[in-house]
Ligand binder design. Structure first.
Ligand SMILES: Cc1ncc(COP(=O)(O)O)c(C=O)c1O
Length: 502
């Protein structure tokens, strides 16, 4: 029997996964042509066709392929599968949750990054990519006016906030948590955040060992901002009870309504009570770049750490989040280990595996860096400003309609609800909530527009979040008529059902 090394096929390997240059060129050109056509006609597509899982499963291959297929044909097939069966967040009338239209140059950046496939865990594995990541982090800090000592690119807002949480845990728990774990004063640590905080905080408290009971949910005021006097009272009460406050999280653009908490007041409370100050700016952080919003963001620069999300308001394709920290050591203190099998000790080299949760890491910074170079700070400021103006215009347009209640507008988020005028005293919050929930379902599956929802003071609201450089005034002007056209028959039906039931 021949040994494997004498086998001719191993000297002249033709791996089935390889594509020669002409095949790669053909498949790539074809795909770029498809994407270019798609981008130039995206507004003619429905935002979504709202497919069911079962209908999609029927379009997929029936079993695991045993033999291969032509990659050019596969790329063609999968392009159609995706373009025709996806929710298009690049559509001008996509305003759901907080996902942006992706910057076209960012799409090309992802292809380029995959072609080189730098492993951004260590400088030697990704020399140029690491330096670009470092510069991206520095530029992001400069853009928003945050004096960052360091930072790291991560998968998105959840991870960016986790990194801040873990840096705080390491810095403020006053024993060797790495060696001893959480035991020494288990159950005593407290963190403070507004009731409007995104669910990342629940995951962090759970996954990182403090438990959900460690979270003190601070109420909001009538402007949806954290009530800072209640924050301080809660901290003082906890201290009196022998508990240990260590972290306060402020929002720079809350997930539901886009509110910015009173950051400088929170910073003062943190200083007084020796708490780490983390800001969740995953959505709104980039708006700090706008000179006219400086006052609202006052205190931003005092945070120990801040989460920002280029895949939200910097229009980067998913995934791109970022944590910035005042003191770069706070990341290495929390995350650095030096295994014997790594030879990564160059004095001036930055090794990102020591600064976050991941070991091997992709080159997420490239798409952000390229977009920053393409449009500059001025371009970003202009796009964010326009998104905010559109959200304001929407609030005003909706407010002029008697059957629509415009409820809030902060940054580029506007909330409202359909509220028929023929309602009598018996039509209560529960009725309106059901009406608006049904309306939202209809809007989200209709393909014309895609809002999402918020719940404020128990009221179910429709919510439009514009982080979309393709949205124009004519898009948002369509919304009131669509709401009435879809809302009225739902209301009629619900009234009929009520009559039958009574
Ligand atoms: C304020 C805020 N924080 C955190 C997140 C989580 O971000 P991601 O979905 O990128 O993990 C979101 C998501 O919308 C958010 O709005």
């Amino acid at each position: 029997m021949n040994s494997p090394l004498s086998d001719e096929s191993l000297y002249r390997r033709h791996s089935p996964i390889e594509m020669d240059a002409s095949a790669f060129r053909e498949a790539g050109h074809q795909l770029i042509d498809e994407i270019s056509d798609f981008l130039s006609s995206i507004s003619q597509y429905p935002v979504t066709t709202a497919p069911t899982p079962r209908s999609l499963q029927a379009k997929l291959p029936k079993g695991m392929p045993l033999t291969g297929a032509d990659p050019t044909a596969l790329i063609k097939e999968v392009w159609r599968l995706m373009a025709e069966n996806s929710l298009l967040n690049g559509h001008p009338r996509f305003w759901g949750y907080i996902t942006s239209s992706p910057a076209p140059v960012g799409m090309l950046a992802d292809l380029l990054a995959s072609a080189i496939n730098s492993n951004c865990g260590a400088f030697v594995l990704s020399p140029m990519a690491t330096e670009i990541e470092k510069q991206t982090i520095q530029w992001l800090g400069e853009l928003i006016g945050y004096p960052a000592g360091g930072g790291i690119m991560v998968s998105g807002g959840n991870e960016a906030n986790f990194i801040g949480f873990l840096a705080a845990r390491k810095a403020k728990l006053n024993w060797d948590i790495r060696k001893l774990g959480l035991q020494p004063s288990q159950g005593k640590w407290r963190l403070y955040t507004s009731v409007e905080t995104h669910t990342w905080i629940n995951k962090a408290a759970d996954l990182f060992g403090l438990g959900l009971d460690s979270i003190r949910w601070i109420p909001i005021d009538e402007d949806q901002k954290m009530n800072v006097s209640l924050l301080e009272q809660t901290i003082m009460g906890d201290k009196k009870d022998g508990l240990i406050p260590f972290l306060v999280v402020g929002a720079a653009g809350s997930v539901g309504t886009g509110t910015i908490d009173p950051l400088s007041e929170i910073a003062a409370v943190c200083k007084k009570h020796d708490c780490w100050f983390h800001i969740d700016g995953a959505y709104g952080g980039f708006a700090a770049a706008l000179p006219e919003l400086k006052e609202q963001f006052r205190g931003f620069e005092l945070a120990d750490s801040i989460a920002i999300d280029p895949h939200k308001w910097l229009y980067s394709p998913l995934e791109a989040g970022c944590t910035l920290v005042k003191d770069a050591n706070s990341l290495t203190d929390a995350f650095s280990f030096h295994p014997v099998y790594y030879n990564f000790d160059g004095e001036e080299e930055t090794n990102y595996y020591e600064r976050g949760l991941q070991n091997s890491r992709g080159f997420r910074a490239l798409k952000v860096w390229l977009v920053l170079r393409q449009v500059g700070a001025e371009g970003h400021i202009r796009m964010i400003r326009e998104d905010i103006r559109l959200a304001k215009s929407l609030f005003d347009i909706l407010g002029q309609n008697k059957e629509i209640e415009a409820v809030s507008q902060h940054l580029s988020i506007t909330t409202f609800r359909y509220k028929p005028t023929d309602i009598d005293g018996s039509i209560d919050q529960e009725y309106l909530n059901k009406l608006n929930q049904t309306l939202l379902n209809r809007l989200q599956s209709g393909g014309e527009v895609f809002p999402s929802n918020a719940v404020l003071n128990g009221n179910f609201l429709l919510r439009v979040c514009i982080v979309n450089f393709r949205t124009s005034l004519s898009d948002i002007e369509l919304l009131p008529d669509i709401i009435l056209r879809e809302g009225r028959p739902i209301h009629d039906q619900m009234l009929k059902e009520r009559l039958v039931a009574s």
